[in-house]
Design a protein around this ligand. Structure first.
Ligand code: ATP
Ligand code: MG
Length: 467
């Protein structure tokens, strides 16, 4: 990382590629996808201009406007996954609740860092896995054939200068026993044997709960860790099967091999360079023009958010974290209010506005079947575990979509979430009976859908309760 180019590690995903990847999970909402794709690409661009200019370029934060259940959160979450960015979702309205009132808005950055530390730590543990496996194997062999004090290594004997021929033969023999044992171990011949191993307890002593929302946490202290260091680490002897012993030792070694200083440094850097905060329900902190009652605190939250979104430094357990380049994506339904009702300073920090479309019958058909994790696929796979094969005809899918759209229209529009309630009700009987139906093939056609749902749809009150 010298002067000019920074992090020129990969060519990054182009906006078009980002949209294509999002298409695999989210149907429609092209405008929102384009906006987030550009935001992500802009980060890559910023990281490739000179450091000096890069510092000046602030992220173009986004407000997503749209009714509930149309994919706002889904788009942001998938975006973060594409880029391996630390992603934290928080409801803006949470900060207006009693007990939070404003000042703890910084906690979202602390949570984001915490999350990034765990993320980097598990990546690192993955990286050291081969090494950890090697060391664990040696440790296990030490336990299986403990080197007796008399048997010193050849090098030790040589250095001690009093070796005799008989002394060398012995370790050689010992080595060959060890190698034989290693082979047995690797071939799984020892899998049913038990072994005693001593493990240091991984911080699972008495649980210490700390009831404070700020205070101690603000000072960057961690009570559990402090006590963890005061109390001596407990060693515990356990008798376990060989494969499990190997697993335990590997994990222990992986923990030991991971350099936590490096982890936290990388995590903080990743948060600063590519963190994404998803601020949901931003419309709930818009106050109407009156200056009394809860509205004051709502506007207060906006004011508290301002420095974080504009770029400031937040004190965390892992050190100071600069928020200047964190991407903020906010979302809200904005039914009674508009983004222009936000305080002007905050509006300026969210220059990109995108509207998401409400979803209808056509989208529902696609959402049911197309995404990688589509609901219909989920149910088919779930019931396959019971030996039941579920088949949906095309007209059944169309009928389900129709019902969902209709109920959204007549009662409350909860977007694609309606599909969940409709599917659950539709398949309730099969879900319950599946264990007794092994080997059966169940065809869900339009008639079946109508039969199961007709009464409920016709009675508006009933659909309010059931769907
Ligand atoms: N356009 C879509 N394509 C595919 N699935 C969708 C779409 N919209 C919503 N869904 C499904 O509905 C669920 C709810 O969507 P999501 O969490 O994105 O809603 P939201 O727009 O954030 O609404 P809210 O305002 O209630 O938070 C998602 O988990 C997803 O499975
Ligand atoms: Mg949401």
């Amino acid at each position: 990382m010298t002067g000019g180019k920074r992090y020129m590690s990969s060519r990054g995903l182009t906006p078009r590629e980002i949209v294509e990847r999002l298409d695999k999970y989210v149907i429609g909402q092209g405008e929102a996808k384009r906006a987030v794709a550009i935001a992500l690409r802009n980060r890559w661009r910023r990281q490739n201009v000179t450091r000096e200019l890069g510092e000046e370029i602030s992220p173009k934060n986004i407000i997503m406007i749209g009714p509930t259940g149309v994919g706002k959160t889904e788009i942001a979450r998938r975006l973060a996954k594409l880029d391996n960015s630390p992603f934290f979702k928080v409801e803006a309205s949470k900060f207006t609740e009693v007990g939070y009132v404003g000042r703890d808005v910084e906690s979202m950055i602390r949570d984001l860092v915490e999350l990034a530390v765990n993320m980097v730590k598990s990546e690192e543990q993955e990286n050291v896995k081969p090494k950890a496996a090697e060391v664990a194997e040696e440790r296990l062999l030490d336990i299986l054939i403990p080197p007796r004090p008399a048997e010193k290594k050849v090098e030790e004997l040589v250095s001690e200068k009093h070796w005799e021929v008989t002394d060398i033969e012995h370790p050689a023999q010992f080595d060959s026993t060890r190698e034989k044992m290693r082979r047995l171990l690797r071939d799984g011949k020892l899998d049913n044997r038990y072994v005693d191993i001593e493990t240091s307890e991984v911080r699972s002593g008495p649980m210490i709960e700390v009831f404070t929302s700020s205070g101690i946490e603000d000072m960057g202290l961690n009570i559990k860790e402090m006590f963890g260091n005061i109390f001596p680490q407990k060693k515990k002897k356990r008798r376990v099967k060989i494969p499990e012993a190997l697993e335990i030792l590997q994990q222990e070694e992986a923990q030991r091999l991971v350099d936590m200083d490096k982890v936290t440094k990388t995590a903080v850097e990743r948060v600063e360079q590519s963190g994404i905060v998803f601020l949901d329900e931003i419309d709930k902190i818009v106050g109407s023009n009156s200056t009394h009652g809860p509205d004051v605190s709502r506007e207060g939250v906006q004011r508290d958010l301002l420095p974080i979104v504009e770029g400031s430094t937040v004190n965390t357990r892992y050190g100071m974290v600069k928020t200047d380049h964190i991407l903020f994506i906010s979302a809200g339904a904005f039914t009674a209010t508009k983004p222009s009702d936000l305080i002007p300073e905050l509006q300026g920090r969210f220059p990109i506005r995108v509207e998401l479309d409400s979803l209808g019958r056509g989208e529902f058909i696609r959402i049911l079947t197309e995404p990688h994790n589509a609901l219909v696929k989920q149910y088919i796979e779930m019931l396959a575990t019971e030996g039941v094969s579920l088949v949906f005809t095309d007209d059944a899918i169309a009928e389900i979509a129709e019902v969902a759209a209709l109920v959204n229209e007549r009662t409350e529009n909860i977007g694609a979430r309606r599909l969940y309630t409709v599917m659950e009700t539709l398949l309730e009987e099969i879900s319950f009976n599946a264990p007794d139906m092994e080997g059966a093939e169940v065809v869900i056609d339009a008639a079946y859908v109508r039969e199961k749902l007709e009464n409920i749809i016709e009675d508006e009150d009933l659909s309010r309760y059931i769907l």
